[in-house]
Ligand binder design. Structure first.
Ligand code: PLP
Length: 355
């Protein structure tokens, strides 16, 4: 028997020396502190936290994706819905019973101030912060905070949980299906987003099962290859470039907090944006994600939720784009806005611009 007792602890593949090469990717080291628990997805992280809790109900914003609602139900809890005010801040019920948690979303990574205020309005012991759109926002003392790094960079899956709940036991089983969720990432490099879109959807659907699993080894390694510092500064400067171009058109004023890192620049206008999204995709290969069509059945007419659903163009501001690319994006969006509704494509169903 070989004595490896003096080797540092590592996983089986890391013990190997020599042989064929793996993909050459940089290793910037572990990007998250050790109290960030690593799961297959943010929804499985949320389910794990709730399953190990005293809660029986979770208050959710109606304006949210179905995966969160599913995770709450799969944990055996009852989801109930609340509305938002014009700042996208929750309308908090007068009293929240002790068996109930309240989940608040840091929308687009641009609601750090709202989340900070929630800590004064809801007991931190009942507060869950959904930072899936705010990868760089600190957990700051809520009962649980979840993150989803794949919304900020090319990753097959992965979710993070920071929780005050000491009862959480990490699942024994590790996700081993990340390899099968890689196709869209590679097709996008080798070909186009259009050609990878079906794989992107399939990869997302393969996370529908919310059973908590530990993050795969592949995703854990891919996370170490992301230049988080570059991501932060590029996103902030791209956001500011878009803000300089569109703040006068935007019906909402977004304030980029000094340490906030945005997911996108939400351009909210006075008309339905579905035709605009389709025109941008068809004419310019510009793909604008839609958040969240599935929430429509939960939301009431005339609220801010409807405005965000129908009138918001979530313009990309991510680290892939140089100022020149952002300028092209600005020019294309202006051209479509100026063309007016009648000169845009008649069909509003885009084959690709949904998320
Ligand atoms: C607001 C919000 N919370 C949570 C999630 C779940 O994240 P994940 O896909 O990592 O499970 C999503 C994903 O779509 C989301 O949009």
């Amino acid at each position: 028997m070989t004595d490896r007792s003096s080797d540092p602890p590592c996983s089986p593949g890391e013990m190997e020396i020599g042989g064929f090469f793996e993909l050459a990717l940089p290793d910037f080291g572990e990007p998250f502190p050790s109290h960030f628990l690593k799961f297959q997805s943010a929804r499985s992280a949320l389910r794990s936290a709730l399953e190990n809790s005293r809660f029986r109900r979770v208050l959710l914003p109606a304006y949210i994706c179905d995966s969160v609602v599913q995770a709450v139900s799969d944990a055996g809890l009852v989801p109930e819905f609340y509305r938002l005010d014009n700042r996208l801040a929750p309308l908090v019920p007068a009293a929240i019973s002790v068996d109930t948690a309240m989940l608040c979303v840091n929308y687009f990574g641009l609601c750090d101030d709202v989340i900070a205020q929630m800590r004064d309005r809801v007991s931190p012991a009942q507060l869950i912060v959904d930072n899936t759109q705010a990868l760089f926002s600190a957990p700051a003392g809520a009962w649980a905070t979840i993150y989803s790094p794949r919304k900020f960079s090319g990753l097959p899956d992965g979710g993070l949980l920071v929780s005050e709940n000491t009862a959480i036991v990490m699942p024994a089983e590790q996700d081993n299906a990340s390899l099968a969720r890689m196709e869209h990432l590679l097709v996008r490099m080798a070909a186009t987003a259009r050609e990878g879109y079906a794989s992107f959807l399939a990869s997302g659907h393969s996370l529908d099962n919310t059973r908590p699993l530990r993050m795969s080894r592949l995703t854990d390694r891919l996370l170490r290859s992301i230049d988080m510092h570059a991501m932060k500064s590029q996103r902030r400067s791209n956001f500011e470039r878009l803000a300089a171009a569109f703040d006068t058109t935007n019906t909402r004023r977004w304030i980029l907090g000094t340490s906030s890192v945005p997911m996108c620049y939400p351009l909210v206008i006075g008309e339905d944006v579905r035709g605009i999204r389709k025109a941008l995709a068809d004419d310019s290969d510009i793909y604008i994600a839609a958040y969240w069509e599935e929430a429509r059945r939960r939301i009431e007419d005339g609220g801010v939720e409807h405005t965000m659903l129908d009138k918001c163009l979530a313009l990309p501001c991510d680290q892939r784009y140089t100022p020149a690319v952002i300028d092209r994006l600005i020019a294309c969006v202006r051209r479509v806005l100026n063309a007016g509704p009648s000169r845009r494509s008649s069909s509003t169903i885009s084959p690709i611009a949904t998320q």
